[in-house]
Every structure is written in C-alpha cells, then in structure tokens.
Unconditional design. Structure first.
Length: 552
C-alpha cells in the first residue's frame, strides 16, 4: 500500500511516496503525522517568539520560557576583527557547562546577546529536527536562529547559530511550547564595515505598493518583474515594472529620482504583464518593450523613432507575438545569427487549477515560446520546430555561448520538472542537460551565468527553494544515504552552483563553496558588489506577505 505525505514549504506541497513495510523508508503513519503536527506547532511558537526578540518585548518573550531553565553561558560579544575585505567577524567561543536558572535569569542571559544592538531588523528561530515524548507534552529539537541588527557602532551585523533545546507544553488549546533547556551548539557573527546599499525607493519615487494578497486584483500567484533601458535616449537608464494593478514606466531624472510616465507613454494602459523585457525589435535605434503575460504575449513598440514622442503602441497582433502562454519571464538573443533579436518566453501553468503530474519530473506545464524575428516587424513562433518548446513548468531561462562556438545556447529552469540545457546547433537545439551534468531537479526559479572562479569561462547558478520543514520531514522518513532521501532532498536543498569545466560539462560545487540556500528564492545572479574583481551572488526570496509570520 502506498501512502502520500506532504512536506510543507510555505504553501508548496511536496508529496512523499513511501511503502508501509520494513526497511528504510518505512514509518508509522500516525506517529509521523502526530510528530509533524507537534513540530509545526513548535515552529509556529518559535516564529512568534522571534517577533518578541526582534521587538525586544521581554515580558511577552517570557511566555515562551519555562519557570526553570537549564542554560549554557552566553559569552560577551567579542571584538569584531577584519576577516576579509569589508567583512568583520566576532570570534565567539562557547562554553560547555550548563546551570539551572529561573526564567528571569534566563531572559537576562538572552538579553546579553541581543540587548547590545541599537536596533534589530529581523530575528528568526527555526526547527531543524525534533522528537516528542509519547505524551505529546515534552520534546527536544535542534534549532537554528539568526538576527540581523545594528551593533553599538551602527554597523549591520548578522548573528546566526544553532542550539539544542528541550521544550514542554501544558494541556489546553492556547498552550504554547516553552523552552526549559537551551544550549547553543554554534554561534557566529559577521559585521559589515560599510553599508554597500541603502533602501531609497521612497525618495527615488519608486515606492509602489501592491495591495495585500487576496485583495483587489492581487488574487494569483503570478510573478512580476522589471527591466531597465534608456527608453528616451538621454543616456540614463529608465525602469519598466509589471504589477498586479497595472504596468509602470519610470523615467530617470538624473538626480537620483524617477518620474512615473506610465499614463502618457501608454505603458500603463496595456494589459498587465508578468515578465518585462526591453529590446530593439525593429532595429530602429530605440528600445521597445515586450511583456510576458498570463494570456497573450505583448509587444509595445517605442515610437520615439520615428515620431519623436515617447509613446508605446501595442503591435502584438501585427508582430504575431500575441500567442497564449502562462508567461512568467522573457529574454532576448539572436539565436540564428541573422542580426535580428529573437524572444524566448518561459511558460508555467495555472497552478491550483492544474497540478503538476510529478514534483520533480513534471511534463504537463504549458509549452515555452520562441519568437524568431523575421525582420519586417513580424515574428514566427518556432519553439516546437526548433526544439525548445519545453513544457516542464518553466520559470526562467538564460542564454549563453557555453561551448564557444559563436552561437547562443539556452538553459531553462523548471519548477516541477528537470531543467533543460539546449545546445544551439545552427539554429536548432538539442537538450544536453544530462551529459553536461546540469539537470538540477530542484524547484528551479532562476538562472544566472558568471565567472565565479575567474578562469575565463562562464559558470552556472540555478536558483531553487530551500526548506527547513522539508529537510526535517525527510530526516524522519529516510536515512541520509537512501535514494529517495537524495532525490527529494534536492527539492529542499536550495540554490546550486555549477563550475564550467571547459569541456562541455559542469561540476556541482555547491557544497564546496559552502552551500547557498536562499529560502523561497527567485531570480538573482552574479554581480561584483564590492568592485574587487570577483563576482558575488545575490538571491532575492520570499513569497506571499501575510498578516503574521505564520502565513507567509
């Protein structure tokens, strides 16, 4: 008999199939369900406790600690020392002994860790592994925690660690888990000597806020994007943004601010898009705007040339790009080397209405689109003919000449299916992901190429989701070496980095470089943040903002 279980990663469900038999992978269904319910309750209580730590609300924080606590000493914050470039580290040294404290003493000890900060931006406590007594009122867990804060000198500091805890919960509907034993296993702290970036959306005039999820037009799970280009020929980069209410076009004023010209440019009058892409589709010298969309794809022609007015006309039908797709993103390249820019659209499916036919080998997404530029203002949709009509719930893609033969190859990140790497063979494509070693069967969200090791060739970063809950449940079901654990573990492992070996193949170096889990990660890519000649990685993450930390 097969049983279906689900690993919850936010709102995403990962089914697990296991047999009720003996040997690896067998389990007591009722006990697993009970333990995961208890673990989820503990995880939610720790998230609520995280808010009290962030707000330094010690009175409410006390409700999550038992009257008597066994606790290890937390040493005073050591002086931060330069580690590399602009990053300093605090060399924490943890003791091994514990002592019994009352609740107030335990809170004072915790306050010694967080009380020195000028402000706390974020704090999180998460459950990695847990087990519970038969009574369901006692348990123990391995947790991880982090704080992002400003230290005594106003520098941004990131503190993270792991700890072993024991918890107890009284009977009753409103009872919360309380910590009665807390021993840190590891503690590290990094301090930024300088602030590389500051949030300036509001003074720049870019502080557009979506309505909360479930309100107004914000009803779906569709991603939205942005694109930059100089649309009015003044030498400054302007910004197009898609959104749940309308598309927007912002002109760069050159003084650090932007002007919203969505209405007069007609960009705001076009149907709502998802992915935004600037390209000069007609080679007339100005930047046109392509919008991937859930529905028919759109092409807005910039009339700066020849009319002299910054107005975008919808030429989707005349250009023959008005083809249906669940378009999540788009990118441009000259795939057939004819001097004209072509367009590739990554197409997903209507998740919730249609469910994937597999969680890591799905093939029931909607086909991707490849629009070949014919040079007369029209395009031919040729994805199937040219071999790139991937139907594995595609999220994004990236063009690269990985084999140095002069044409553009194509990597496609698929959410519920294995990823594709299409080698360009004279304008037609062949999927070589397997032989190149980059199938990467995680929940693919983003693609980026960059030379992370400065050896002269382009390496590959794939953005995937990482899930603490997923790893926790898998550890309950299967030993680490079990094949199912390895397969499904990839679904919760996070981002991947592949080194280009220069011979047409890649090597997975994710663990070698330290691991790059990014939560519910999307997009991102390579950029040299500190101008030191080495490409760094940025990975945005998040999903739906809810009213509490529990419903995100």
């Amino acid at each position: 008999m097969n049983i279906r279980f689900f690993i919850t990663a936010g709102l995403l469900l990962i089914p697990l199939l296991a047999s009720c038999g003996s040997g690896p992978g067998s389990f007591d269904r009722d006990r697993l369900e009970r333990d995961e319910d208890l673990a989820e309750a503990l995880a939610n209580d720790l998230l609520a406790m995280s808010v009290t730590v962030r707000d330094r609300d010690y009175e409410t924080l006390g409700g999550y600690w038992a009257e008597s606590v066994t606790m290890a000493a937390i040493p005073p914050a050591p002086e931060a020392k330069l580690k590399t470039k602009w990053v300093l580290e605090r060399p924490w040294h943890l003791g091994t002994g514990t002592e019994a404290l009352d609740r107030d003493e335990a809170l004072k000890r915790l306050e010694s860790l967080v009380g020195r900060f000028q402000s706390i931006e974020d704090a999180r406590f998460k459950v990695k592994h847990s087990s519970f007594a038969d009574s369901g009122h006692e348990g123990q867990a391995q947790i991880k925690f982090f704080l992002v804060a400003r230290d005594e000198q106003g520098r941004r500091e990131w503190v993270k660690g792991t700890a072993h805890i024991e918890v107890v919960r009284q009977s009753g509907e409103d009872a919360v888990w309380q910590i009665r034993h807390f021993v840190p296993d590891s503690l590290m702290s990094k301090v930024a000597a300088v602030d590389l970036f500051s949030e300036v959306a509001y003074p720049a005039g870019l502080d557009c806020v979506f309505p909360p999820f479930g309100v107004g037009r914000n009803q779906g799970f569709v991603s939205h994007g942005a694109a930059v280009a100089d649309v009015n020929g003044d030498g400054l980069l302007d910004l197009a943004v898609t959104g749940v209410e309308r598309n927007r076009l912002y002109l760069n004023a050159g003084d650090g601010t932007f002007t919203d010209v969505s209405r007069e440019s007609l960009v705001g009058s076009a149907p709502i898009g998802s992915g935004a892409l600037f390209l000069d589709h007609d080679n007339d010298g100005d930047q046109d705007l392509f919008l991937a969309a859930v529905g028919n794809q759109m092409l807005l022609e910039n009339r700066l040339i020849p009319d002299g007015d910054l107005v975008f006309w919808d030429v989707s039908e005349e250009a023959r790009v008005d083809k249906p797709a669940v378009g999540f993103s788009a990118l441009a390249s000259d795939v057939n080397l004819d001097g004209l820019t072509d367009i590739y659209v990554s197409s997903y499916n209507r998740y919730g209405t249609v469910m994937p036919d597999s969680w890591y080998q799905a093939e029931n997404g909607t086909p991707n689109r490849l629009f070949i530029n014919l040079g007369d203002g029209r395009f031919e949709e040729a994805a199937e003919r040219l071999g790139v009509a991937d139907a594995r719930w595609s999220y994004s893609a990236g063009f690269v000449d990985y084999d140095d033969d002069g044409d553009q190859d194509l990597y496609v990140a698929n959410d519920f299916g294995e990823n594709a790497f299409y080698r360009n063979e004279g304008g037609r494509f062949t999927d070589v992901a397997g032989e190149a070693g980059v199938v990467d069967p995680g929940f693919g969200m983003g693609v980026a190429f960059g030379d992370y090791d400065n050896d002269g060739d382009l390496d590959l970063q794939v953005t995937n989701m990482s899930s603490t809950a997923g790893n926790r449940i898998l550890s309950m079901l299967y030993p680490e070496e079990h094949e199912i654990r390895k397969t499904l573990g990839k679904q919760a492992a996070g981002n991947s980095l592949y080194r280009n070996d220069g011979d047409g193949s890649f090597t997975d170096v994710t663990r070698d470089i330290g691991g790059i889990s990014g939560g519910w990660a999307f997009g991102g890519g390579f950029v040299d943040f500190d101008n030191d000649g080495w490409e760094d990685l940025y990975s945005p993450n998040g999903f739906i903002s809810g009213k509490t930390m529990k419903d995100t």
